[in-house]
Structure formats: structure tokens, C-alpha cells
Design a protein around this ligand. Structure first.
Ligand code: NAD
Length: 377
């Protein structure tokens, strides 16, 4: 089977991201290689839906390499990325008598990855983690970079830890069962990463989307290459700024990955996290950030058009024309208070050239106008 391997140099250790087809069958071999002989047990954390599709394959693959496998299923959805879910996982780990030389395998999307990752960061002050991401978003973004955590009632991702995995195993075959909306959300995140990385990655992404819209078949060697390019970009950013240094504002700080996120958070807040998948909200967020960039004289009109066309190829976004502009402005204001009184917007000077701009440099009038223009289309 063809596969691509990327080595990332995280601050504390190196790990491999293996990308290809049929890799679920190889999770046992890869885990054994990475964990060594002394590792005996694996805690497989997933949810019912994903486990019923892929759990048995992974279990067999691990057992064939001599691991005893204990599985724990968490509930589905963002609401389950909680402290009580974390407590359930930790209790399960003690019951399974997982030791420090053993490992947790996270099989699922970003929710499973973040919860299982956080459990692996804190259980016995840290046990090895193998990420097996099964959504497009998790494959290009959340499984790489070591951010783990859960939500609190007061907000998303408020508790967490940086904990790099021992390995990331990306089997693109798992994308074939992914619901359409999840793919759209994942593609939006790909466009986001493309837009703030290089024109090459952006073009690779939009070319792939164009081919997909005309031919329709998702899986191809080009998809492996594309996911590999995204992982390599994410890994490079993370290696250079593992903990998202608050003081950095340059075009390679981890903050640039927040392109589209100021508006995305506001959209998610005013709709009570019910209407949008996060990536869909990021789709709108990028359009608003693009509009702002153009109106501030940073971005050429033709670049904005390119961004708009590429986002349109990701799939259709939920209707947003009914949302109250004042409420959105209040949500942005609230976010600002939480960030020491300053919103830092990631805007674009060009595709592939992000620029961090202070909220105070964007007047409320311009912001309102840009929001209205995008949402009422
Ligand atoms: N740690 C990070 O760096 C980071 C980065 C970005 C996002 N995130 C987090 O990731 C989460 C979102 O992740 P997500 O978009 O993967 O959502 P998700 O984990 O909720 O998965 C989306 C849905 O798809 C289902 N699913 C997953 N894989 C499937 C498959 N192969 N076939 C069929 N169904 C499948 C899931 O059960 C779920 O219903 C958020 O909590 C976000 O905060 C973390």
C-alpha cells in the first residue's frame, strides 16, 4: 500500500504521521514499533458510531501484535467533550490497569481525539497516545500539534494540555463513511490552512476541490498527498510555536491558524452551537475576514474572489441570513473581553500571507458592513 511518512520535530519528541489507505490494519504494527516491547495494554477510546465501523479492525490489528485491548466508548458530539466524559475515561483507565508504558489509542474525530488526548496527558502524568483520526478535520488539523482538552460551561477548550502523540495514523479510507456536512466542514478547514500557508498549498487544495466537484470520487493518491501537505504545514507551524506564544504576531505564529475564527466563534455562540459545524462557521468567518482584508486595502479583489470561489467548492453552508448583527457584534465584544481586551484578527495580505491585525484597527462600521455583506448573500 502506498503511504507517506512525515516526521515532525516537536519540542520534546519526534513522531511520525503515516498517511495512506488500509492503515487501520497496521495500527498494531505501528504502535508496537513506537511503543516498544514493554508495552502490554492499549486503551482504545472511540464512540459507538465509529467503533462499530472500525473498532474490530483496529482491535484485531493490535491483538495480533500482542497488545491486550480494552475499549471505552464516549458519547457522540461536541457536548460530550466535557469534564464528566474525561472523568469516565480516567476511571476506565484505572480499571483497565493501564501503566505508564502502555498507551491510549484515540479512534475518531476531533472530539474523541481531544478527550482521549487530554486523558493521556494527565493520566499518571502522561501516557503515550496514538491518534487515529477519522474525520477530514482531524486528519489535517486536530490530530497533529498536541493540543488536547475539554470544554467547560463557560466556553470551548477552556481546560487542556499540550501533549504530543507518539504517532498519528491517517487511514483515508475512513473518510468514505463520513457524512457530507462533516466533509464540507473539513474542506473549509483545509481552505483555511491553505489560505494562511502558501499559495502552493492553497492551489493544491483548490485544484483538488475542483476535481472533486467535477469527478466526484473522494479517494485518490492526490488526496493522500494533499493531507500530507496539510499535516506538514501544521507540523511546521507547531514546531515553531508549540504553545502559541501570546506575544507573537508574525506570519508563522500558531495564531494564524485562527483565520476565520473570530466570526466563527461569534456565529457558534449566537446559534448556541446548534446550527453550524465548526468548519462551516469557519467558512463564513474566512469570507468576512477576506472582506475586511479587502476593505482595509490589504487584499486585492482578485485574491478575495479566489478565496470565495474555493470556499464555495467546499459545499453549501447553513443559512445565516437571519442572524442578528447586533448579537454577533456583542459576541465578538465578549470574546475580546476574554482575550485581555484585544481581539487579534487574522487577515490576509495575499493568499498565503496572513497578517495579524488588532481589533482596534478595524472600525465597528466596517466590521458590520463586512458581516452583512457575507451573511446576507
Ligand atoms: N486539538 C486541536 O488542535 C483541534 C483543532 C481543531 C479542532 N479541534 C476540535 O475538534 C472537534 C471537532 O472535530 P470533528 O470535526 O472531527 O468532529 P467530531 O469529532 O464531532 O466528528 C464529527 C462527526 O462525525 C462522526 N464521525 C467521525 N468519523 C467518522 C467516520 N469515519 N465515519 C462516519 N462518521 C464519523 C462523529 O461520530 C461525529 O458525529 C472540536 O471539538 C474542536 O474543538 C481540535
Amino acid at each position: 500500500l502506498p503511504r507517506l511518512e512525515i516526521r515532525t520535530q516537536a519540542l520534546f519528541h519526534e513522531y511520525e504521521i503515516t498517511i495512506g489507505r488500509g492503515l487501520l490494519f497496521e495500527v498494531g504494527r505501528i504502535s508496537r514499533d513506537r511503543l516498544g516491547k514493554s508495552s502490554r495494554r492499549v486503551a482504545l477510546v472511540s464512540n459507538q458510531k465509529i467503533f462499530s465501523l472500525y473498532g474490530p479492525t483496529i482491535r484485531q490489528s493490535l491483538e495480533a501484535r500482542g497488545f491486550s485491548v480494552f475499549s471505552w466508548l464516549i458519547g457522540d458530539g461536541e457536548g460530550k467533550k466535557s469534564l464528566s466524559t474525561l472523568a469516565g475515561v480516567l476511571q476506565f483507565l484505572t480499571k483497565a490497569e493501564l501503566e505508564r508504558s502502555d498507551a491510549i489509542v484515540a479512534l475518531g474525530g476531533g472530539v474523541v481525539g481531544d478527550v482521549a488526548g487530554f486523558a493521556s496527558a494527565v493520566y499518571m502524568r502522561g501516557v503515550p497516545l496514538i491518534q487515529v483520526p477519522t474525520t477530514l478535520l482531524a486528519q489535517i488539523d486536530s490530530s497533529v500539534g498536541g493540543k488536547t482538552g475539554v470544554n467547560l460551561a463557560a466556553g470551548k477548550n477552556l481546560v487542556g494540555s499540550f501533549h504530543q502523540p507518539h504517532a498519528v495514523v491517517i487511514d483515508i479510507d475512513t473518510l468514505t463513511t463520513l457524512p457530507e456536512r462533516e466533509l464540507t466542514a473539513g474542506w473549509c478547514e483545509c481552505v483555511k490552512q491553505g489560505a494562511v500557508s502558501t499559495r502552493k498549498l492553497f492551489t493544491e487544495t483548490s485544484d483538488y476541490l475542483r476535481r472533486l466537484t467535477s469527478q466526484g470520487s473522494l479517494l485518490s493518491p492526490q488526496l493522500e498527498q494533499l493531507i500530507a501537505s496539510h499535516c506538514a504545514f501544521k507540523a511546521a507551524i507547531v514546531t515553531g510555536d508549540e504553545r502559541e506564544s501570546p506575544a507573537r504576531r508574525d506570519s508563522r505564529s500558531r495564531k494564524i491558524l485562527n483565520f476565520g475564527h473570530t466570526i466563527a466563534h461569534a456565529l457558534e455562540t449566537v446559534t448556541g452551537y446548534q446550527r453550524f459545524r465548526h468548519g462551516e462557521a469557519v467558512g463564513y468567518g474566512m469570507l468576512v475576514a477576506g472582506e475586511l482584508s479587502k476593505n482595509l486595502g490589504l487584499l486585492e479583489g482578485s485574491e478575495l474572489e479566489l478565496l470565495q470561489q474555493t470556499i464555495a467548492m467546499c459545499g453549501s453552508l447553513p443559512f445565516a441570513g437571519d442572524l442578528d448583527e447586533n448579537e454577533l457584534m456583542r459576541a465578538i465584544e465578549h470574546d475580546k473581553k476574554r482575550n485581555a481586551g484585544q481581539t487579534q484578527w487574522v487577515l490576509l495580505a495575499r493568499i498565503g500571507r496572513p497578517r495579524i491585525v488588532n481589533g482596534s484597527d478595524i472600525g465597528p462600521r466596517l466590521l458590520r458592513r463586512s458581516i452583512r455583506k457575507v451573511l446576507q448573500k
